[in-house]
Design a protein around this ligand. Sequence first.
Ligand SMILES: NC(=O)c1ccc[n+]([C@@H]2O[C@H](COP(=O)([O-])OP(=O)(O)OC[C@H]3O[C@@H](n4cnc5c(N)ncnc54)[C@H](O)[C@@H]3O)[C@@H](O)[C@H]2O)c1
Length: 364
Amino acid sequence: MATKANIVLMPGDGVGPEIVAQAVKAMNAVAAKYDVAFKTTEVAIGGAAIDAHGVPLRPEDLAICKKADAVLLGAVGGPAWDNIEVALRPERGLLALRKGMGLFANLRPVAVNDVLAHTSPIKTEIVSGTDLVVVRELTGGIYFGKPSGQRTTSKGRAAVDTMRYREDEIARVVRLAFELARTRRKQLASVDKMNVLATSRLWRSIVEEIAPNYPDVTLEHVLVDAMAMRLVRQPSRFDVVVMENMFGDILTDEASVLAGSIGLLPSASVGATRGATDNRRRGLYEPIHGSAPSMAGQGKANPVGTILSFAMLLRSSLGLDDAARDIENAVEATIEAGIRTYDIAGDLTPVSTDAFGDEVAKRI
Ligand SMILES: NC(=O)c1ccc[n+]([C@@H]2O[C@H](COP(=O)([O-])OP(=O)(O)OC[C@H]3O[C@@H](n4cnc5c(N)ncnc54)[C@H](O)[C@@H]3O)[C@@H](O)[C@H]2O)c1
């Protein structure tokens, strides 16, 4: 009997619709090969939702996303919506979606394909062989801690932000990182600043308490400042790297530079597993880049980040590991065949977003 999957598609703004359309081609190829019945629902988010409904995400649309198995998103934002009030801006739709779906971990894989290693701003011999995943805690820490604000004191203006973590918030993302390491090269680096921060000392204690449950995974602790250096000096040494929210915000951007083009990189934001014996998680999958408004409608956007985000969706939300690997192999084979979009073409003649998507689907 066919596997059933209920997927929400949110193309969003700018290049969003063009790149999501390429992931849909991969979806159709997987449906035919693996007997999966995908039921898709298209929902507006960001600027597209503001234009259609006056808000960046309608509550009834959030409800549709919460019921789905997974959400695949393009990107939101653009100059047309830059000057509207903060509460109605396109990215507010994205924040409401992450919060509403209870997504506490953000996963960003960075794998450097050898034939593209020379497109990275970092030396080829350093980035070559890099294949890591940064796992970032997404709903706690200094971005959400109270008190937070500015006031005027007798000595002038003062501001405060609060970094706060409960042990359950740390434990769930650390366990997810150990589980992920188990499916890869079985190495986990936990990043903290335990020499200065109380939240980091709690973080490290919890990692140490959980580690004995994963004797097959090799654990190391790395201070965040050292990690900033090691990510550009020896990125190929890392497998899974886990960290709290703000450290992750900064280091995932640093890690994204390793791969050459921002258009290549996928991401997943996931929540709790469906049950004690069911490891699948509801999630939101999107490329790490924005809506690239200057490229929109020209067929120049690289759809690889979105197609690989769909592969992550198959693996984490549907448990379809073989289909996910098929898509990853098809992307690699397409690139290795010399078929390239504008951002990674170098001396080769680039193909359009649409043509690239066809070539990947053909190889699944
Ligand atoms: N998650 C999101 O939806 C998200 C993330 C970041 C920015 N944004 C929004 O996107 C808009 C543009 O922001 P920005 O220019 O700072 O970031 P951007 O990621 O859209 O673009 C940065 C650079 O990367 C290039 N680029 C982006 N995607 C590409 C792709 N698929 N293929 C090839 N090249 C690609 C762009 O042309 C640009 O030179 C803004 O409105 C911003 O708020 C949205």
